[in-house]
Design a protein around this ligand. Structure first.
Ligand SMILES: Nc1ncnc2c1ncn2[C@@H]1O[C@H](COP(=O)(O)OP(=O)(O)OP(=O)(O)O)[C@@H](O)[C@H]1O
Ligand SMILES: [Mg+2]
Length: 349
């Protein structure tokens, strides 16, 4: 077939344009045959791997691959030229002329001539620096995680020390009412310490598995009030929920007050009873906490705006801290219902 002279010139120009594009590219480009023999490569490839052009001529792609990754690269190359579907993009460990290793990212495509596979064309980037940065970042993250876990552990231990100091001091007090105040204060400290205990044991260091936390807190309260778990049972309606520490601490303290009240005031002469804790989503990022019991009920109406006693004053304060609302329902059951929004770390900034 005759090609017009003009078309020939255009073809030559177009070829020259593409050649210069490939040669000046900042990405390494190579063409190999079905056996992996290098057939063409640009200057960038020599630059990345530290070779002179002549040194690479007649070599195979394996010259550029670190011994550790040779098997994988050969396998991928063979599969690709045999027409199997293999990932076109992958990372491998390369090796420079001077023996230093480098990390490469490659995109490989199959090359055909007259519908026959003749080899592949690969585009290779040196990603050693970004890989090193990533490793450094991961190391530093791991280090910070260890530190944070340690901090949570220490906070918990410090709280235990405060609690023990209070116990020592209380041992010298004869007045039972004051003893009770000390005991309750220790209970509140323990409630907070348990949040930290949950935190340092958890995968995610900033979130508390609150359902698990409720179990531990209830177990502790039942024990410290000497409640027979055959007589009074805890029913929990809480799906798996992870809360930020800013919410977990006030919510834990709230639960401590409300469950303690049920255990302390509700089942005085009753044979059997039930304390129920519900924590559910209530739309628009709201959460609803309900603590109810089927005990004797509240004798005197409680004025939530002006609670006289310390426990409910604390409940009011903690509800405000969570920007929440509280109401009490008292019919067959006594229920404290608190609706609030989870406090995220950023909301404090
Ligand atoms: N679940 C409940 N069932 C029956 N009465 C309750 C319940 N919760 C609270 N009350 C009543 O409300 C009162 C106020 O509770 P509040 O927690 O403020 O005080 P407290 O438990 O007596 O002492 P503290 O300050 O140590 O908590 C209680 O004394 C009790 O009479
Ligand atoms: Mg109370």
């Amino acid at each position: 077939m005759k090609i017009k002279k003009e078309t020939k010139v255009q073809l030559k120009e177009s070829e020259a344009r593409y050649k210069s594009l490939v040669e000046k590219a900042r990405i390494a480009i190579l063409i190999d045959d079905k056996e992996g023999n290098l057939k063409y490569f640009n200057d960038r490839l020599c630059e990345i791997f530290g070779y002179e052009r002549e040194e690479l001529e007649g070599k195979t792609i394996l010259t550029l691959v670190h011994p550790e990754d040779r098997e994988t690269v050969i396998h991928l190359h063979r599969s690709r030229v045999s027409g199997n579907k293999v990932k076109s993009s992958y990372e491998f460990k390369g090796i420079k002329k001077d023996g230093t290793a480098l990390f490469c990212e490659v995109d490989a495509v199959i090359l055909r001539e007259k519908k026959q596979v003749i080899g592949t064309c690969s585009y290779i980037r040196d990603i050693t620096e970004s890989k090193k940065d990533k490793i450094k970042l991961q190391d530093s993250l791991r280090e910070k995680e260890v530190l944070l876990r340690e901090v949570h552990h220490r906070v918990k231990n410090d709280m235990q020390v405060i609690s023990s100091l209070l116990a020592l001091q209380a041992a010298n007090i004869e007045d039972e009412d004051i003893q009770e105040i000390f005991r309750e204060s220790r209970g509140r400290i323990k409630t907070m310490a348990m949040v930290y205990e949950e935190l340092y044991g958890s995968e995610e260091l900033s979130k508390v598995d609150f359902s698990k936390y409720i179990d531990s807190l209830a177990h502790y309260l039942f024990q410290s009030f000497g409640i027979d778990s055959e007589k009074v049972v805890l029913k929990k309606d809480v799906k798996e929920i992870f809360l930020d520490i800013n919410t977990a601490i006030p919510l834990g303290l709230l639960l401590n007050e409300l469950i303690s009240n049920s255990l302390k005031h509700s089942f005085l002469d009753k044979e059997k009873g039930e304390v129920r804790v519900t924590l559910v989503k209530a739309g628009d990022e709201q959460l609803k906490l309900i603590v109810s019991d089927n005990g004797v009920g509240v004798k005197n109406k409680i004025d939530l705006n002006k609670p006289g006693s310390f426990g409910l004053q604390l409940v009011k304060m903690l509800t405000e801290q969570l920007h929440g609302d509280m109401k009490i329902e008292s019919n067959k059951e006594t229920s404290f219902i608190i609706t609030f929004k989870e406090l995220k770390y950023s909301s404090r900034l």
